[in-house]
Design a protein around this ligand. Sequence first.
Ligand SMILES: Cc1ncc(COP(=O)(O)O)c(C=O)c1O
Length: 426
Amino acid sequence: MPFTANRQFKAKPRLMASANGMYYTTVDGRQVLDGTAGLWCVNAGHCRDKIARAIAQQAATLDFAPTFQMGHPGPFALAERLAQMLPGDLNHVFFTNSGSESVDTALKIALAYHRVRGDASRTRLIGRERGYHGVGFGGISVGGIAPNRKFFGSMLPGVDHLPHTHNLEQNAFSKGQPTWGAHLADELERIVVLHDPSTIAAVIVEPVAGSTGVLIPPVGYLERLRSLCTKYGILLIFDEVITGFGRLGTAFATDYFGVMPDLVAAAKGITNAAVPMGAVFAREGIYNAFMQGSEQMIELFHGYTYSGHPLACAAAQATLDIYEEEGLFERANALAPYWEEAVHSLKGAPHVIDVRNLGLVAGIELESIAGQPSARAYDCLVRCFEQGLLIRTTGDIIALSPPLILEKQHIDQMIDLLGTVLKQVS
Ligand SMILES: Cc1ncc(COP(=O)(O)O)c(C=O)c1O
């Protein structure tokens, strides 16, 4: 099983049988409130009729068509629509099947971009400590979560990491963006001097880091990264696999922060997770750099059998319809203040050493049991599941990221139950 203690799970499995709206139903018939939109991906809630029908209809019409030297209208129509959603000239799209593939695709586009422009010495990639960029070799190389890296050899060469921005002494219990820490972006300047700017291809960060335990960027931090990347001719990649499609109350984090990256990696909410799909968005100038030379040449030697799969395109169109028709991004934005107050009401609950939030995301950090890191949060996860709430944990941090369709009553239910469980755990 992925990212699971297999033997522990087998001894006492947690199995879902069906889902609807805000709830899962387990195989033993219990309702479980979805506090995490599955894995940060079911933004429009579960088993949406419109999406199910679109997939079924597409499966009966065109199940698959190759997209190497061939095509079908699905990905073109979807790319046009997505290009309208992204700001500025982020208007070219490359389809993948997951966040990990989107990250590796974005990194490869960045490397190839410099090379096609004759700037082939730019081969270094800069990630960040505690970053999570999926599980491909590119993603774990730029990623900064030790257990995801240490078993897998030396990974990509020429990678360096910015420091993470998490600091409880300065920022504990911040509501929204913390005020301390923008200066940590200046570490990029040190890295640039160390390696020589002409060797650096790209910097990749999650605008809001999720899987590492919800790290919210300090005020001004992303802006500084942007200006340093511009200064040194380095591409800035935002990994928006979890922040894309409404999580912060805007379509993308780039809209929320008003900071424009050169490439965006996305996935998850693009199809409401009903069919696997990812996408990379590139700015006009990046696309154009490849469209040079002989027209018989393949411009980018990269792609997946299932890039732009018809079922994924159909699911994405229906998902985007729902986001629009139900105004779900605006809804997330409108609920964010209530969410903030609710999650911060857990300040003072047993074991809680920090609460942080942005949009419809929250991180609740617990004091670790001495010598048993992660044990307390895992205990919470199990108890929450048994009592009817799905949460996510990383180390001793609880992450919440509910579907954007939630009502205030669901927020109350989540916080009440979490409060109860925090009193139960040792
Ligand atoms: C920021 C980020 N990037 C990449 C990924 C990897 O996505 P996937 O699991 O679809 O490969 C994730 C998954 O949670 C993520 O949060």
